[in-house]
Design a protein around this ligand. Sequence first.
Ligand SMILES: [Zn+2]
Length: 395
Amino acid sequence: MSLRMIRTGLLIDGHGGKPRQNVTIHLGEGRITAIEEGHRDSQGLDARNMTVLPGLIDTHVHLHMDPLLPWTTGNQDREEILILKAASFMQEALATGVTTMRDCGNTGVVPFILRDVIERGIIPGPRLLISGPPITTTAGHCYYFGLEADGEIEIRKAVRALVKGGVDFIKIMATGGNLTPGSNPRRAQYSLGELKAAVDDAHRLGRRVAAHALATEGILDCALAGVDTIEHCAWFEEGGTFRYDERAVELMVEKGIYVNPCFPAMYQFLSRQPMDVQERERIKEGRLELLRRAYQQGVKMIAGTDGGCPQVGFDLLPLGVRLLNEYLGVSPMEALQGATKHAAEALDLTDVGTIAPGNKADILIVEGNPLEDWQALERPVWVIKDGRILWEKGG
Ligand SMILES: [Zn+2]
């Protein structure tokens, strides 16, 4: 059933201004049609004792990976099972208020089928943006997802083939990754020329580029090439150290490149590593100190979980938002924008991420005020997408 009206208590509309109290949101055809002060009517959804905010956007998941299984380079379940598992992962995300998800690298037909069945309303789930398999070097990070491309010609061909296949954006692995034995997370795996070729062709075809980059040399190349989001941005240097790059950060600010630190993944990865407490703290702080500096220099941070990685559940976006605040000192309002307005901007989505007339009616309603207490984000009551309740507490 489509909703016509929501009566709110606190309204955090995503724009970053002072929250409003007691407004009525009018809905029609799955969109927000008007917002008026007060509650003139006694009809519609009664959220007068609750906080209403935009549906959340998880900017980084892998729906074909099972967080409870070890990350593997092969021997996956067959596709039918992967699809059913992914459908249940999407329910977990929905229950935490996620109404949009960006799948940052997947295999085969899984993401295409998922996007299709959700768009057609066959199963409920967040709206899905997909990249298909990530572009990587031969034996590079996530090569086992199935798309290796070396040299500018192969990369351009890969971008064109992905766009032909119907992807929403391009994911490219600019550096090695922790989860791919034999790749080097502390070095770039593509040259600047290769990254530029990917970005040039993707942008020509109207697709954004998300780049996985752990190593500083790869981060700089991503910034020079003009990718749209840098995933992880770990500032890794050879020898187990960290290195900041001033020029890379200046370029990120100048070009409006978003950084997605994927904190839930970092949090879980570090807690799983067999190492003493001091070493874990050194690694964590090494990375956080430099990310904090980048944030203070003006880089916009967005929230994503990397759901699907080992122990990274699809219900961890509230943690991702909270850690932007706790780890980087981002204000609670801006941390929320990292999963709403800023996330939408990073993904080039113009009609989600804020509660405003004309936008899609993607709305999260929670008990309590997340600006004062992050636990409120763990207490959803209703999750609404396109004006329909897709999840409700106790439902
Ligand atoms: Zn990932």
